[in-house]
Ligand binder design. Sequence first.
Ligand SMILES: Cc1ncc(COP(=O)(O)O)c(C=O)c1O
Length: 452
Amino acid sequence: MNLSSFQQHYREKRPKSAAFFEQAQMLIAGGVNGNLRYYQPFPITFAQARDAWLYDLDGHAYVDYLLSYGALLLGHGHPVVQKAIQQVWEQQGTSSFGATHPLELEMAQELAGLYPSFEEVRFTNSGLEATLFALRLAMAYTGKTHIAKFEGHYHGAHDHVLVSVNPTFDRFGDQTSPASVPESLGTPDYYLQHTVVLPFNDWDACEKIMTEKKDQLAAVIVEPMQSGYIPADRQFMKNLRQLTDNLGIILIFDEVKTGFRVSLGGAQDYYGVTPDLSALGKVVGGGFPIGVVGGKRRLLEMCSPLRSRNRQEVVFHSGTFNGNPISLAAGLATIRYLQEPGRFASLVQRTHQLRDGIHELARQYRVPVKTMGVGTIFNVLTTEAEVRNYRDLGANRHELRLALDYLLMDHGVYSKPLNRFSLSDAHGPAEIQATLDAFEKSFAALGQHVTA
Ligand SMILES: Cc1ncc(COP(=O)(O)O)c(C=O)c1O
């Protein structure tokens, strides 16, 4: 499929975004503050957002399914979040104490209620920091030096886990013992040698690798649902919990995407599995920067300054904005709002309604599209094959998905090309209908290309 006509049309409709991107490139490397934000021919520049909607510089409106990479579970500028941060200004009078304050304990208590595995917590400013800190706790506790992660899983932009996130097929090695492939230039060999890569949802291969490396492995870190939408098989998850327990390996759930989204209690609630440590981020900050590490007391206590006067015996953890009142107040308002009777269930129900509608339209227009996900996240796949891990995604018709994304943007739906879809409380019946109308028009246009 030739994408150039889609790109040409995209460009013609967005002269202001195009001009802005040209200018931005002069001072901002590549014009973006995150490589994942770039796509061809240039990313849209947004001027405004409200509720479930984004508005670009050229005056186009879009139903937003990116939602700042899933962080905005209540949509843009929700009144309960606005009120909560206003109250912080009025009552606490500051955006950051850099010191202890009562909202920290309130959030810790709220989280312990929803995530029973959280015997203790620490707050950070991003998901990246949360996974980095969780791994450090695990290495300190076990005294071991290696970690294991799954091929295709993302845990933030730090060296230990920026390995085999999107490895190319010429480098990723054998299916049952994947190679450790750097995701970035500038990755020291040390991290490739100390990060073991596991094949997701392939229990026999995982068991073999973990058993062989048990004396080196401090932790296994997993996205319980790869990229937020490819679930681990239930038996795989049970086995993973049991084997890591047996081998003395710390099990870390990275719930930065799945937390509050697949269930309010995250994937650990969905699976009924208790990890040793978890990382949260995104939604828990109510639209402001945050990360959380929660889990077993004996692990979190490794960083307690009460543990020893000798700093060599304590895991270091600090951060200027850790636990700042704005992120905590916005996050608390979000989590409490979501717990009001029927709210989360209704959002899940709307997500299903949208997915069912997409399936029905795909059938009607004969385009090979299906959706996959749990709770309030899903992705649109362009393959009929079963997808259980990173390598299965190779069956996707990449260009077909891209063409669909350009068409959807044309018809007022934005998820960012190739990205998953996240819903928010602000996605009501009107937004769902507008999205289905956009899918229908896009499928009608795609139909000609698919059969051509
Ligand atoms: C599963 C997962 N872990 C960690 C991160 C990193 O979080 P942040 O972007 O807040 O550093 C992300 C971000 O997308 C994520 O999806």
